[in-house]
Design a protein around this ligand. Structure first.
Ligand SMILES: O=C(CO)[C@@H](O)[C@H](O)COP(=O)(O)O
Ligand SMILES: [Co+2]
Length: 216
């Protein structure tokens, strides 16, 4: 599955952007929340997501790049997030938070930055609905894919054949193929979708074609 990251969309026209993604065949969107502390950038938070919620029925895959996600977790749950992902680097003892997310009826996932080994999340795999492997340092769209993370995807896939594995950062048709071949099941793509020609259907089709090459 290709999940567009809204980071590069036109936020002034969010309802139109969501509708255009729907017409292009999207089935979920990835929301990048940045706190200016865990990552050197700011984006948007729960009040904005709450206003988007009635505009779309897309599941909201919410990537919390925050130093203290627990402090704001209830706001994201109330805002209507469906999948809530936070970083193991921010919360080294993640079980209480993962359980709060699941108890609220949401899916819980842990993200890991490129330098972070799989062993950092291994003890918590039973508590997870998915893992998000970052293939760039978080904070900005449009960065180059870091190929060394593919080994982590392979390791996770071998350890957990059924675990949904997302990969996020620098996804294009070529890296989509590599990620899927390694075992990724969800490809988060920002700049490869929100490219200059505005043809989201064509962009998604190219990414899906790339992903298919990875299965063959
Ligand atoms: O979490 C992040 C960046 O920190 C991502 O979700 C990016 O928004 C993906 O953008 P591209 O790398 O595909 O341009
Ligand atoms: Co993201």
């Amino acid at each position: 599955m290709v999940t567009p990251s809204l980071l590069n969309c036109d936020f002034a026209r969010i309802a139109d952007e969501l509708e255009a993604l729907k017409q292009a065949g999207t089935i979920a969107v990835h929301l990048d929340v940045m706190d200016g502390h865990f990552v050197p950038n700011l984006s948007y938070g729960a009040p904005v997501i709450k206003d988007w919620r009635p505009r779309t029925d897309f599941p909201f895959d919410t990537h919390l790049m925050m130093s203290d996600p627990g402090r704001y977790l209830d706001d994201f749950i109330r805002a209507g997030c469906d999948v809530i992902i936070f970083h193991i680097e921010a919360v080294p003892e993640p079980v209480p938070l993962l359980r709060r997310i699941r108890a609220a009826g949401c899916h819980a996932a842990l993200a890991l930055n490129p330098p972070t080994p799989v062993s950092a999340i291994e003890p918590f795999l039973d508590e997870l609905d998915a893992v998000l492997v970052m293939s760039v340092m978080p904070g900005f769209g449009g960065q180059a894919f870091e190929p060394s993370v593919l080994e982590k995807v392979r390791t996770l896939r071998a350890a957990r054949p059924e675990l949904p594995i997302s990969i996020d950062g620098g996804i294009n048709p070529t890296t989509a193929a590599e990620a899927v071949a390694a075992g990724a099941t969800q490809l988060v793509a920002g700049s490869a979708v929100f490219r200059n020609d505005g043809n989201y259907a064509a962009a998604l089709a190219e990414l899906v074609q790339g992903a298919r090459r990875g299965i063959e």
